[in-house]
Design a binder for this molecule. Structure first.
Ligand code: OFO
Length: 174
């Protein structure tokens, strides 16, 4: 059975993952509005992934006799200054999630809750991958620069990255 302290901390993580899902959904909608279809597909996919991350903790809590709470999610922003600033916000959010996961890993270790410690290793790896992915997109955006057709090329690149990620996970790119 999981401790109340760990249960509460995992419920906070549920909220953070849920917020990430809503934030990326909001970004997908903005991208669509701006005609950035590839970026919209990418953000929709990220939003779904975050929902899965949230649910994974839900199921874990049930499994260890804890109680998962459905979070109240704050409304994310709807407008973004540019595609670059949007991806900068994604990267920042991912760093925040990474710090939170690392905090949970430490807490589980300090509490001698090695079951939760082991469960969290998946998230440690996932965050490493997500941060690397967002950094590589930001690097591409900087390389493409601000020329007249830059948005077209950025959108194409992000769409390509999305298709590769979907393929690697054996799904159809939506
Ligand atoms: Fe849940 O991995 Fe990103 O935030």
């Amino acid at each position: 059975m999981i401790s109340k302290e760990m249960e509460m901390a995992l419920n906070e993580q549920i909220e953070l993952e849920g917020y990430a899902s809503f934030l990326y959904l909001s970004m997908a909608s903005w991208c669509d509005k701006e005609g950035l279809e590839g970026c919209a597909r990418f953000m929709h996919r990220q939003s779904e992934e975050e929902k899965e991350h949230m649910l994974k903790i839900f199921h874990y809590l049930s499994e260890v006799d804890g109680f998962a709470l459905t979070p109240a999610i704050a409304q994310p922003p709807h407008e973004f200054e540019s595609v670059q600033s949007m991806f900068e916000q994604v990267y920042e959010h991912e760093q925040k999630v990474t710090n939170s996961i690392h905090g949970l890993v430490k807490k589980s270790y300090d509490n001698n809750d090695l079951t939760t410690w082991n469960f969290l290793q998946w998230y440690v790896e996932e965050q490493r991958e997500e941060e690397a992915l967002m950094r590589s997109i930001l690097d591409k955006i900087k390389l493409i620069g601000g020329g007249p057709q830059s948005l077209y090329y950025i959108d194409k690149e992000v769409d390509k990255i999305n298709a590769q990620a979907a393929k690697a996970e054996g799904e159809e790119a939506a």
